[in-house]
Design a protein around this ligand. Structure first.
Ligand SMILES: [Zn+2]
Ligand SMILES: [Zn+2]
Ligand SMILES: [Zn+2]
Length: 134
């Protein structure tokens, strides 16, 4: 097994155990606790590759930060409802949204259309308990 393959598996394994969306820094810190010896740059690169290939879900926060998660819906196209405080996530499959996006594009004569859509908010838990302590 190459070093790169092993690192990729370590990142995937960690994501498998992680429910909420996490930043590369958070994942890197957890990997370090396990003495994996993966550098932050490698974690970034691995996450980007996994996200580009659709194996891992990615959301971009308004701050520009990217968060990653192993999606329950796998590679199937879907969207995320994300808590801006704890990263808690609901996966959304919405035929109505897909139809709307295609319709809008068709009206304007656009082909090969893709879209990204993320819905951010405060989850019920954070609304009641306040944001989790750092
Ligand atoms: Zn997802
Ligand atoms: Zn929350
Ligand atoms: Zn969609």
């Amino acid at each position: 097994m190459t070093r790169r393959t092993r690192q990729r598996l370590q990142v995937l394994e960690l994501l498998e155990e992680t429910e909420e969306f996490c930043s590369a820094q958070q994942l890197h810190a957890r990997l370090r606790e396990r003495d994996t010896g993966i550098g932050l740059a490698t974690v970034y690169r691995t996450l980007r590759l996994l996200a580009d290939s659709g194996e891992v879900g990615r959301v971009r926060l308004p701050s520009g930060e990217q968060l990653f998660r192993r999606c329950d819906s796998g590679r199937r196209h879907h969207h995320h409802l994300v808590c801006r405080f704890c990263g808690g996530t609901v996966e959304i499959v919405s035929p109505a949204t897909e139809a709307w996006a295609e319709e809008v594009a068709a009206v304007h004569g656009y082909l090969d259309v893709t879209h990204t859509l993320e819905i951010m908010g405060t989850c019920p838990r954070c609304a009641v308990n306040g944001p989790p302590a750092e």
